[in-house]
Design a protein. Structure first.
Lengths: 738, 132, 158
């Protein structure tokens, strides 16, 4: 961006071609068709070329009276009151260099890189910390501003080591880019550079503290977003350094994000260190499936390897953060992989066979078994296409015993509002009271937890929590551990019920761990009563949420993966596990034939008779629906390993070998089949809210039991086959698990 | 061997179909005569027998059995001669010979059982690879 | 010459004829019959001073006086049937080649060894096992594995 701007300025200064030129700004006009910005640009004096806001920045003006006008390099810009000079410049289409300023963190104003000249001000001002005042005349490319930037850059480079060739940030480093664009071509520094002792922040973040330029972004991130007061600033002057006050690891589930926000190479990824340079990597925009949030990620791969995972911006789901599990599980994709179809011989040993033989055996066994004894289980990481195919296959065989692990044996798939997050993740920011029922969002869905924390910090919303003792990084009230508390709140006899009653936008979040409880219907009935009594579900506000645990759950319920009987496992003779590792097979009869289709040799394979290797989510295209009901699509970043095949292809091939051919043989065809069952799954990247509210549930006679809620996720870092295979995750859980 | 082949060249034209036919047979015999040498220089004894190579050569010739235009036959003979020269002069490598004449176009894994004869296109592709 | 014969009889008397022949064999006198080079060394050795023996058993001789200058230091290799110059370890090399007057033993005492590899003779022409292959080479037993993933091992039980 900076270079493009320079180029455009160079063009502008040559008077001859002035009228026929437009600035080279990356954003096409389509993206920022905001009225105010367009108006601002339209008002530009006719002798100046048009400018577009930086990075598609939009101005949202809540109150038309609060509009002020400032001039950036002579362009008039209309902005709401309270914006800073830097933001005004961004809207005017001027990219101001910055290190410490980050739009999602508080303003520090200590790097001084964003200095601009303001008319009638004696000195250049730090634009990130200066509120824009009406009629302010801001100049960003005057000699004074340029000289100020050069000076600041010279100071920053004084103590910055010249180790770009061995630095992992090289190529994506703000300091590198900005010193090219705004720095001087020489320095006057001849003394020794200072050096700083590296800090140990744990197994994820590598520190090279000598490279630090004291922007304090990481300190602010840790205390404001992650909610851990681990990092801080020590010392003064050239002795100033970032550190944990005492030797301490950074114990946050969001700690990996400091790698992204660090503008230099001081904080880099430890597992990625010296593995690749960023210009060798191929980025694939995909979706994370390790939890139900569906964070938007970019999978950076080199050849057949996934080298790293970085977040993508999605304001509605993960903003620009991702959890550590999402960022660092990727080495699990390279370990414990199943790469050949295998059959367990008479001696209990597995033997690699061809696909032809493996499918023939499965088909033969499948036909010898009574239809009602066939059970299919979809795993945590299954995509919608393969679940659809599996359900169709089993239905064609005459069985309807298919479910998705994590949804329990008696899932309520009747109403979509009964199992998705109706408020939506970004909608949580409007809430002013939370009631968390049997859920620990910090370990179940770290991004949702970050959103709740943001809300609590911003609006002082009250948080009540019912469940086992848990770790929160914001103020909360622990109301109780068992469902009886819910009944009390429903009756209004509990002190917290008044907080709920007084709240304008109350939110109730029920954890998916409740699905496995015997008294699940009663718990949901109690929650419904609370919702009704406190006006949680209104036409303009639906605050009744279920927080799911796994990426496959929502899609499975949408597709109707509901078992015919909740005891089907006990009498099953043929079980088809599609990546299901955590389903309880203790009650399965010993003579049952188990087929495991999956990509990792995890818990599921040890009971299997036949193994069919499938591709992991980084290797296939598949639709996943996240907990708020937003369908998103993964894209293949790397090729499948060995002889593995895509999940839906295996099911489709098996159906043909078994003589009950499914009528689709391409992804497009299977999606049109999905369209007839759950059309919302095809509205990719668009949240589809539920049509009806939960008040239509049938009456429940069940009584809540006194059994306390149990934690749904034992170990944040290891929840599924991929993360359990990952060495980094194993290290994390050994070192950081609280 | 290569010296002999160098002296034998296909003359520019065949006047009649009969002449072209004779020439084709001559060419095929030349191929057959060069087979032992080819087996030797490419070290093919462990993968193929001379008779298999002979039938591979014959198959190549038969592929064009329907051609009746002497000019076209001359052209094909020229190409065949060129190929034979390349092989005998060892301008090719072992894997070229193995790939083109030993394994053939069908690939190494040949379905001889005929089990998949009534399988759908999808299933055939499924068995061969994930990407096809 | 007479003294040589006398000393031979002396040692036969001391050790017995069997042991004497065994020693002859070990010391390479038998080999001398086929290897003129060794024979010359043995003849040279008569009257020379044994300066030292290195850890491999190579014997270093010196004879000053009537020897031509530059031929007054030599080595008798420990191995009698397969010997070459690369069997001389580094510490003796300097003495043998007139780089220094310190013998190998003195050098070892003078400079305690802190790093450095054990001396290894040159095995060129001694078979494939002794040829160096880089780590990507087909013949390197620890050839680099280009598979980028690890497979699950079915034998491993939970």
């Amino acid at each position: 961006m900076g270079l493009g701007l320079l180029a455009s300025r160079a063009l502008r200064s040559s008077r001859i071609i002035r009228n026929s030129t437009r600035t080279i700004v990356s954003t096409p006009e389509l993206k920022n068709a905001d009225a105010a910005a367009a108006a601002a640009a339209a008002d530009a004096p006719s002798d100046l070329p048009k400018r577009n806001p930086v990075g598609g920045a939009r101005v949202h003006i809540p109150n038309p009276d609060d509009v002020i006008e400032v001039f950036v390099d002579g362009y008039p810009v209309k902005i709401p009151k309270g914006m800073t000079v830097l933001q005004a410049c961004e809207i005017a289409g001027v990219d101001i260099p910055r290190f410490c300023y980050h739009s999602r963190l508080s303003i520090a104003g200590n790097c001084r890189m964003c200095l601009v000249e303001v008319e009638k001000s004696p000195k250049p001002v730090a634009s990130c910390a200066m509120p824009a005042l009406p009629g302010m005349k801001i100049k960003t490319d005057t000699p004074i501003a340029k000289k100020a930037r050069e000076g600041v850059m010279e100071f920053l480079l004084m103590n910055h080591p010249l180790d770009c060739p061995i630095c992992d940030q090289g190529g994506e480093c703000d300091l590198q880019d900005q010193s090219m664009a705004f720095g001087s071509d020489r320095g006057r520094f001849t003394e020794m550079k200072r050096s700083v002792v590296d800090k140990n922040l744990g197994p994820l973040v590598k520190t090279v503290m000598t490279r630090c330029i004291q922007c304090t972004r990481c300190v602010r991130f840790a205390s404001e977003v992650a909610g851990v007061e681990d990092l801080g600033m020590l010392g003064r002057g050239s002795g100033e350094e970032i550190g944990t006050y005492v030797e301490k690891l950074m114990t946050s589930e969001l700690s990996g994000n400091v790698i992204d926000i660090c503008p230099v190479g001081a904080l880099t990824s430890k597992p990625f260190a010296f593995k690749a340079r960023n210009w060798e990597l191929k980025g694939t925009e995909s979706i994370d499936v390790t939890d139900a949030v569906g964070s938007n990620i970019r999978i950076d791969s080199r050849g057949p390897e996934v080298m790293r995972v970085v977040p993508r911006l999605n304001e509605d789901i993960n903003e620009e953060w991702i959890s550590d599990k999402t960022r660092f599980f990727y080495d699990g994709l390279k370990r414990q992989r199943l790469n050949d179809p295998m059959i367990r011989g008479a001696d209990g040993r597995f033997q690699a066979v061809s696909w032809r033989d493996a499918l023939a055996i499965v088909a033969e066994v499948m036909h010898q078994i009574k239809p009602e004894e066939i059970v299919g289980v979809a795993g945590k990481l299954s995509d919608a296409e393969s679940m659809m195919a599996l359900k169709d296959l089993l239905n064609k065989m005459g069985s309807n015993n298919i479910f998705c692990e994590g949804n329990g044996m008696r899932p309520n798939a009747d109403l979509r509002s009964g199992y998705i997050m109706n408020t939506s993740i970004s909608g949580l920011e409007k809430a002013d009271a939370f009631l968390l029922v049997g859920t620990q969002p910090r370990v179940e869905a770290a991004m949702v937890n970050a959103r709740i924390r943001k809300t609590v910090k911003a609006t002082n919303a009250k948080v009540g929590y019912v469940g086992p003792a848990a770790d929160f990084n914001y103020d909360h009230e622990h109301l109780g551990t068992d469902p009886q508390t819910l009944v009390e709140i429903a009756k209004g006899s509990h002190p917290f019920s008044s907080a709920l009653k007084n709240a304008k936008n109350p939110v109730i979040i029920v954890g998916a761990g409740v699905f496995d409880r015997d008294d699940k219907d009663a718990v949901f009935a109690a929650v419904d009563t609370i919702a009704k009594n406190n006006n949680v579900v209104r036409p303009d506000w639906n605050g009744l949420n279920v927080l799911l645990l796994n990426a496959a759950q929502a899609a499975a319920l949408d597709l109707g993966l509901v078992p015919e009987s909740d005891k089907c496992i006990d009498s099953a003779k043929f079980v088809y596990l599609m990546g299901a590792d955590d389903v309880n097979l203790d009650k399965l009869p010993d003579d049952a034939f188990v087929v495991y289709q999956g990509h990792h040799g995890d818990r599921g394979v040890y009971r299997a008779n036949v193994i069919l290797p499938a591709s992991a989510f980084t290797e296939k295209e598949g639709i996943y629906e996240n907990t708020e009901g937003c369908a998103q699509i993964t894209l293949p970043a790397v090729p499948t390993v060995g002889d593995a095949r895509d999940d839906w292809k295996i099911v489709r091939a098996l159906s043909e070998v078994a003589g009950v051919g499914l009528p689709y043989d391409s992804l497009g065809a299977i999606r049109s089949r999905i369209k007839t069952v759950a059309p919302n799954l095809l509205e990719v990247d668009e949240r589809q809210p539920a049509t009806f509210s939960t008040s239509l549930r049938p009456e429940v006679s069940q009584k809540v039991s006194a059994t306390p809620f149990t934690p749904a996720v034992e170990n944040f870092y290891m929840t599924d086959a991929i993360t359990r295979a990952s060495k980094i995750m194993a290290q994390c859980s050994a070192l950081l698990k609280k | 061997m290569s010296q002999i082949l160098k002296s034998l060249k296909v003359p520019p034209n065949s006047a009649s179909l009969e002449e072209a036919r004779t020439r084709t047979f001559e060419f095929f015999r030349m191929c057959c005569r060069s087979i032992p040498h080819v087996m030797e220089i490419y070290n093919l004894h462990d993968v193929v027998s001379p008779s298999q190579l002979r039938s591979a050569a014959a198959a190549e010739v038969r592929k064009n059995a329907n051609v009746t235009n002497p000019k076209v036959i001359d052209m094909l003979l020229f190409k065949g001669m060129e190929e034979l020269m390349n092989i005998v002069n060892q301008s090719k490598q072992r894997h070229h010979i193995v790939g083109q004449y030993v394994v053939g176009n069908q690939g190494l894994v040949q379905d001889v059982s005929g089990k998949d004869r009534d399988a759908s296109n999808f299933l055939k592709k499924f068995y061969s690879s994930n990407y096809s | 010459m007479a003294s040589v014969v006398r000393s031979i009889f002396q040692s036969i008397k001391e050790k017995g004829i069997g042991n004497f022949i065994k020693e002859l064999k070990q010391e390479g006198y038998v080999r001398c019959l086929a290897d003129g080079n060794l024979l010359q060394t043995k003849i040279h050795n008569i009257g020379a001073t044994l300066v030292g023996v290195d850890k491999f058993g190579n014997k270093y001789y010196e004879k000053l006086g009537d020897t031509q200058y530059g031929r007054h230091r030599w080595v008798e290799y420990a191995q009698k049937n397969r010997y070459n110059a690369s069997q001389v370890p580094a510490e003796w090399h300097g003495w043998l080649h007139h780089v220094t007057d310190h013998t190998g033993d003195e050098l070892l005492l003078l400079k305690p060894k802190r790093y450095g590899l054990e001396h290894k003779e040159n095995f060129s022409g001694e078979g494939d096992a002794y040829i160096y292959h880089s780590k990507g080479h087909t013949l390197n037993p620890g050839q680099r594995d280009w598979t980028r993933y690890q497979t699950w091992q079915p034998t491993k039980k939970e």
